[in-house]
Design a protein around this ligand. Structure first.
Ligand code: NAD
Ligand code: UGA
Length: 477
């Protein structure tokens, strides 16, 4: 039987749920798309008349929201009602690493996914296709399935008719290019058993994605392919970052090495840019999840292999803060350092797992005063990220109080760099590529350093102003 889809509900109005549903609403004007969330503040922000104040910054997103919101795209907290009306429900909630209990530090915490499954089981009516959009450990569909099945007996008693199918449809968008990725994906992956449900979901994507890009697999392959895809991408970054350290020792230049190896069509040029280490909410969490699964299934060699990618990334982030301290005569105590970039990559306001957090914390711990600039990140978010009281307990109380007072936020780059001993570029924002170093140099305390951890500055332009210059994967000039 072919399922007719009129109403879509997405549970979770975050970085995935918001943009993904906005694009579906844009491409499928005949469908009604409801995005629901338990977080009232987030929904208020999605409904903000001022499109500059949506909860997420993504190039191209506000234009789509402007076109579709109130037409066939709606954001609300009416979870029960929207589940009841839906023919298809996307679960797009957070799946962070567990902090407590079995698998703590590695396994994904599925409590939010489980809560969604229970809500769907309770409220859905008729046939509902439940789609895993969140990134989940292999075999999570089984958990969702059994929660939904357990509701069937109850429904029979109550004479309520409901049936379910569970599909896996992981999301591959990258932040900063989410709209472009959603409009023109490399592939759409659908894992499932019931061909009618798979076709119904596939028909939605066919409104703008060509048929040969829609890959259909079994559920477990789809779940595992998502984790593996992120693990492969992160592995490339750890690989190139490991070589950047070797370049600095040997006189090779990481940009030249990247270009040379990326020209091999078997390797390809993407994801070979050395930087301060990968951040973002997913790479680390998804690899650790893969590590946990491998350990669980008795494959310690596989687990160790992938864990190495995360270990290298942690080492690399601390390597950068250490070499900054080393060049500033072995101490940054009471020195001012300008940090350019706090988001985990350019074109997003997201700071989750940003390398800037680890590097700033190291420098604060060493006693530096940080002057921080970012074009999109809210300073309140930085307060949360750098609040070591709130993050972990490895610091003494004395260190905590120093660190919490040790930074200020500046919207203006030139004011941010005034009177500092060093400028450190940590995010590749476009505006940092065109800085007037002549002007900055005049206002810095000498001898002054510029550390380019993103390899985006013109070394000649910086050095010609008398500043000492260090670039990742090349070293000092
Ligand atoms: P997010 O934290 O930005 O958003 C998740 C939202 O779900 C939050 O607003 C939260 O309030 C809401 N939520 C949680 N439980 C709920 C419930 N029971 N009912 C209603 N709402 C609930 O997370 P995100 O970045 O959008 O990631 C979501 C999933 O997508 C994760 O599994 C992640 O791994 C995956 N993913 C993320 C990206 C990305 O770029 N961020 C890309 C691909 C896949
Ligand atoms: C990543 C994947 O690229 C997406 O396909 C996936 O859907 C998503 O994770 C997810 O599952 O959450 P995202 O984290 O948004 O997307 O951004 P990326 O462009 O992958 O960047 C991740 C980190 O790697 C950033 O800190 C970035 O600066 C760094 N990076 C990326 C490098 O250091 N060098 C590169 O060459 C590329």
């Amino acid at each position: 039987m072919k399922y007719k889809i009129n109403n879509i509900c997405c549970i979770g109005a975050g970085y995935v749920g918001g943009p993904t549903m906005a694009v579906i609403a844009d491409k499928c004007p005949n469908l009604t798309v409801d995005v629901v969330d338990i977080n009232e503040e987030r929904i208020k922000q999605w409904n903000n008349k001022d499109l500059d104040r949506l909860p997420i910054f993504e190039p191209g997103l506000s234009e789509i929201v402007e076109r579709c919101r109130g037409r066939n795209l709606h954001f609300s907290n009416f979870i029960e009602e929207k589940i009841r009306n839906a023919d298809i429900i996307f679960i797009s909630v957070n799946t962070p690493t567990k902090t407590k209990g079995v698998g703590a530090g590695k396994a994904s915490d599925l409590k939010w996914v489980e809560a969604c499954a229970r809500q769907v089981a309770k409220y859905a009516i008729g046939h509902t296709i439940v789609v895993e959009k969140s990134t989940l450990p292999v075999r999570t569909a089984e958990v969702i399935r059994s929660i939904l099945d357990s509701s069937l007996k109850h429904n029979r008693k109550e004479n309520k008719s409901s049936t379910f199918d569970v599909l896996s449809n992981p999301e591959f968008l990258s932040e900063g290019s989410a709209i472009k990725d959603l409009n023109d994906p490399d592939r759409v992956l659908i894992g499932g058993e019931n061909t009618d449900s798979i076709e119904a979901l596939s028909d939605i994507y066919k409104n703008w994605v060509s048929k040969n890009k829609i890959l259909k697999t079994n559920v477990w392959s789809s779940e595992l392919a998502k984790l593996t895809s992120n693990a492969f991408l992160a592995q490339r970054i750890s690989s190139i970052n490991s070589i950047s350290a070797l370049c600095e020792k040997t006189g090779a230049d990481i940009r030249e090495v990247s270009r040379a190896i990326g020209s091999d069509s078997r390797i390809g040029s993407k994801f070979l840019e050395s930087g301060p280490g990968f951040g973002g909410s997913c790479f680390k969490k998804d690899i650790l999840n893969l590590v946990y699964l491998s350990e669980y299934f008795g494959l310690p060699e596989v687990a160790n292999f992938w864990e190495g990618v995360v270990k290298l990334n942690n080492w690399h982030q601390h390597r950068i803060s250490k070499l900054i301290v080393k060049r500033l005569f072995g101490t940054v105590s009471n020195k001012k350092i300008c940090i350019l970039g706090f988001s985990f990559k350019a074109d997003t306001n997201d700071t989750r797992e940003s390398s800037s957090i680890a590097i700033c914390k190291d420098l604060l711990e060493e006693g530096a005063f940080l002057k921080i600039n970012d074009p999109k990140v809210d300073p309140d978010q930085i307060t949360k990220d750098l609040d070591i009281n709130y993050q972990n307990d490895i610091y003494t109380s004395e260190q905590k109080s120093t660190a919490n007072e040790g930074w200020s936020f500046h919207r203006n780059i030139y004011e941010c760099a005034e009177d500092v001993d060093a400028v450190v570029v940590l995010t590749e924002w476009e505006e940092y590529k065109n800085i007037n170093w002549e002007l900055i140099s005049k206002s810095m305390r000498k001898p002054a350093w510029v550390f380019d951890a993103r390899s985006i500055l013109n070394s000649k332009k910086v050095s010609s102003t008398g500043l000492n210059f260090w670039r990742l994967g090349k070293g000092s000039k």
